[in-house]
Design a binder for this molecule. Structure first.
Ligand code: NAP
Length: 338
């Protein structure tokens, strides 16, 4: 059978593109085939009228240094970095932003005349999304569930954005202490109960992906036997998934609280669904993904990213959950009556 027999005609490669002049960027991770980043970035480049292309590179753990050296030698313009390479990417960079130095992790690399420049845009992406929704963390009581890479980025970003306090709740307390040490005057390790009255709670563990949609299932399948991921995958896809994460029960939350789950597949995680049922305003992680990608595009191209086109590209199947299931333009400011 022709190898393109099942490929939609619009997706077939043309003879004219990519050309010898096409600039290339990409994402490195393992696994990475479930990533939405190629869709997001290629949509942006097309809307900007740029002769750029963005591809996904599956790079196994331990091979990052060779992959990055190869990318630099091939003249790639930049790389997005996802699990499990964020810490290693920070280490191999020759220049690091302040956030990368604080976090010890990077999600973006730029190749600049022999230098490998590392940035971390996860925290900024979260803040961009919060502020676009009308939520300013300054002076607010915030909670973060988790203490891994995404949680640490969220903790640092919220602390630096002027949060009144940031309470970290995690399954493993030693990891929570490490996260709290990022900004000890504002951040403390707390118990699940401490989040009951938070203005904002960021769920930053993959726990809610256990009963996830197609992307999560693909990722879990690819990782079986290779990486411990959710710790719940072996329960099987039909297993009932609890919405409680690290002892935090989302049914505690209600009106006037904003609950963000960094997971976006499924779009409405069990954690968000239960928080929404109680009257809380909820948001998934798609906004953070879009806004950190927008920052990468700004860094690599020097041009303004087309946010509306990027949202449209990913919102088809992943419309962010608004208040009470509403979709389309909305702000947290109105939903939270701030
Ligand atoms: P990570 O570094 O592996 O950290 C995972 C954290 O989750 C750890 O604190 C771990 O606790 C905790 N955890 C794992 N399974 C758990 C479970 N079943 N119950 C309770 N806690 C559990 O992962 P990460 O990079 O921070 O990513 C976390 C999530 O955020 C992933 O789902 C990822 O896809 C998502 N994310 C989204 C975006 C976005 O743009 N929306 C960006 C980055 C990450 P222990 O310390 O006890 O092991």
């Amino acid at each position: 059978m022709n190898q393109f027999a099942e490929t939609p005609s619009t997706a077939r490669p043309t003879a004219a593109w990519p050309s010898a002049a096409t600039a290339v960027a990409g994402v490195i991770g393992f696994p990475v085939r479930h990533s939405l980043s190629p869709l997001l970035h290629n949509t942006a480049f097309a809307a900007m009228g740029l002769d750029w292309s963005y591809v996904a590179f599956e790079v196994p753990p331990g091979s990052l240094d060779r992959a990055v050296a190869g990318a630099a030698a091939l003249g790639l313009r930049g790389l997005s970095v996802t699990m499990p390479h964020k810490d290693a990417a920070a280490q191999l960079a020759t220049r690091r932003s302040r956030q990368v130095r604080r976090l010890g992790a990077a999600n973006t690399l730029r190749f600049d005349q022999g230098a490998i420049v590392a940035e971390s845009y996860d925290g900024d992406g979260l803040l961009d999304d919060l502020r676009d929704g009308g939520f300013d963390p300054a002076g607010r009581r915030c909670g973060v569930i988790g203490a891994g890479g995404a949680a640490r980025a969220a903790v640092l970003a919220l602390a630096e954005a002027g949060a009144h306090e940031v309470v970290v709740v995690n399954r493993t307390v030693t990891a929570a202490w490490r996260a709290a040490a990022l900004a000890p005057t504002v951040v403390r390790v707390g118990r699940p109960d401490d989040l009951r009255r938070a203005d904002l709670v960021v769920q930053a563990t993959p726990g809610a992906m256990a009963g996830g949609g197609p992307l999560a299932e693909m990722a879990a399948g690819e990782q079986a036997g290779q990486l411990a991921f959710t710790g719940q995958g072996e329960q099987g896809r039909d297993a009932e998934v609890s919405s409680v994460v690290a002892g935090v029960d989302p049914s505690w939350f209600g009106t006037g609280q904003l609950i963000v789950d960094l997971v976006y597949d499924p779009p409405l995680s069990p954690f968000l669904a239960d928080a929404q049922r109680g009257g809380a305003t909820v948001r998934n992680g798609l906004g953070m993904l879009v806004y950190q990608a927008a920052r990468q595009i700004r860094l690599w191209t020097g041009e303004e990213p087309p946010l509306a086109a990027m949202w449209a590209a990913v919102a088809g199947d992943f419309t962010p959950a608004g208040p009470q299931g509403a979709t389309g333009p909305w702000t947290w400011k109105s939903a939270l009556q701030m």
